[in-house]
Ligand binder design. Structure first.
Ligand SMILES: *Cc1c(COP(=O)(O)O)cnc(C)c1O
Length: 424
């Protein structure tokens, strides 16, 4: 087993006993960062779409296929045991990472989209009836809109939307007005991928529960940046993707409270999710296996643990503090760019900066930055209804991770100034 995470020392002696993160050493762990793109050293600012992967994650993938590849759970042989142990070790890591009460409350999925669809297809189908109401927010990613729309269509239920204010914060007083005795489910994003807003999910969960609703949190943008404690939050479901937190694509989890998961019907039918099958009738396996039909994405899920442990090794508080510094530095530097307008100015944000440049299409800005080796995202960020509400088609988005630097932000600001000059 590869366990070289702990061999790396990632802190340097900083101030007052609390060593600061050593960003140069962190960067050494990410081979992909050390390359030229279009003749310039790469600046990767598309972390809200997916993060890069550190060596311990890459090594874990290689190690899995070279030392233990086998199908899990059913085998009697040694490799199957090893693979099963490594797979289940990730489940325990994630339990610890989000402070779930039991590891059986962690279901592996392909990612956030898969997780939200799982909840809609199981809890949703079993519990939502004609006339019921589901509440989401205006900040939602398409994957936290469409599954609920499909469910509402099927059941004759209604989808309601919490509006936002000019800064990109949800309007809590409007949320309270939307709650009725028909509200069965609230599904809301923890941190917005388009604007960065961190939602007051504690209040949403509390108010939702008072109204008798089940509360789902889309944590896709939160899991790499915010310390999570699902028991303290008391959310009913929490969902995220591995690939936005330094782990491989094709991995994710649904956390659900045991009582809810046990009462829910299965998601897909097939191997592993059953207890006994006859042609007449099938009885289902216990949680979490009831929701994990078929051979899962074993190798990537085994490596997922190393993404989680990478975050734990650095410390979520330290990561958050560093990213906060990057965010305020970016706000300062980018506000020097003529004609630049920030989109999303909430007080509490993850390290996402969305903006528009007067007279230059966001797509052109992205292309011209790419020519300078700078990777940003442009467009609607899978939040078309939000963009429509803001009266825009899209934004340019720079999103930061723990391996980014202020020097890279300087390059972004200079690049943007150059673009503005050229286009005028
Ligand atoms: C990325 C993202 C999703 C979808 O995640 P996938 O990994 O693409 O399934 C959902 N919600 C938010 C807020 C996201 O940022």
């Amino acid at each position: 087993m590869n366990n070289n995470t702990s061999e790396h020392t990632i802190t340097s002696s900083g101030t007052a006993g609390s060593p600061a993160l050593d960003i140069d050493k962190i960067r050494e762990l990410f081979p992909v960062l050390h390359q030229e793109v279009n003749g310039q050293s790469l600046v990767y600012f598309d972390n809200a779409a997916t993060t890069q992967k550190p060596k311990p994650v890459l090594d874990a993938l290689h190690d899995y296929y070279t030392s233990m590849n086998a199908n899990i759970h059913r085998g009697v042989h040694t490799l199957a045991d090893r693979a099963t142990a490594a797979f289940e070790a990730t489940r325990e890591s994630i339990r610890r990472f989000i402070n779930a009460a039991e590891k059986e409350e962690i279901i592996f999925t392909k990612g956030t989209t898969d997780g939200l669809n799982l909840i809609a297809a199981t809890w949703g189908r079993a519990n939502i009836q004609q006339g019921d109401e589901i509440i989401i927010s205006a900040l939602e990613h398409h994957s936290n809109i469409v599954p609920w729309q499909m469910l509402c269509q099927e059941k004759g239920a209604t989808l309601k939307v919490i509006p936002i204010d000019g800064n990109g914060d949800i309007r809590l007083e409007e949320f309270e007005k939307l709650l009725t005795n028909k509200t069965k489910l609230i599904s809301i994003v923890h941190a917005s991928n388009a604007l960065g807003t961190i939602n007051p999910i504690e209040a949403v969960i509390k108010k939702g529960h008072e109204a008798g609703a089940v509360v789902v949190i889309d944590g896709a943008q939160a899991s790499a940046h915010i310390t999570l404690d699902v028991q303290a939050l008391d959310c009913d479901f929490y969902v995220f993707s591995g690939h936005k937190m330094y782990a491989p694509t094709g991995t994710g989890i649904v956390y659900g409270k045991r009582s809810l998961l046990e009462a829910m019907p299965p998601y897909q039918g097939g191997g592993e999710m059953i207890k006994e099958v006859t042609f007449e009738k099938t009885t289902y396996n216990v949680i979490p296996y009831k929701f994990e039909a078929g051979t899962p994405n074993i190798a990537d899920i085994v490596a997922f643990r190393h993404g989680v442990e990478f975050i734990e090794m650095l410390g979520r508080k330290k990561i958050a503090e560093y990213e906060e510094q990057l965010l305020s530095y970016a706000k300062e530097k980018l506000s020097e760019v003529p004609g630049l307008r920030f989109i999303g100015t909430a007080k509490r944000k993850v390290s996402v900066v969305s903006f528009a440049i007067e007279g230059v299409h966001h797509f052109d800005v992205g292309m011209m930055l790419d020519a300078k080796g700078i990777a940003v995202r442009t467009g609607h960020h899978c939040t078309q209804p939000l963009m429509r509400m803001l009266g825009i088609e899209g934004t340019v988005r720079a999103s930061f991770s723990v391996y980014n630097t202020t020097a890279e932000i300087d390059r972004l600001a200079e690049g943007l100034k150059g673009i503005v000059k050229m286009m005028r």
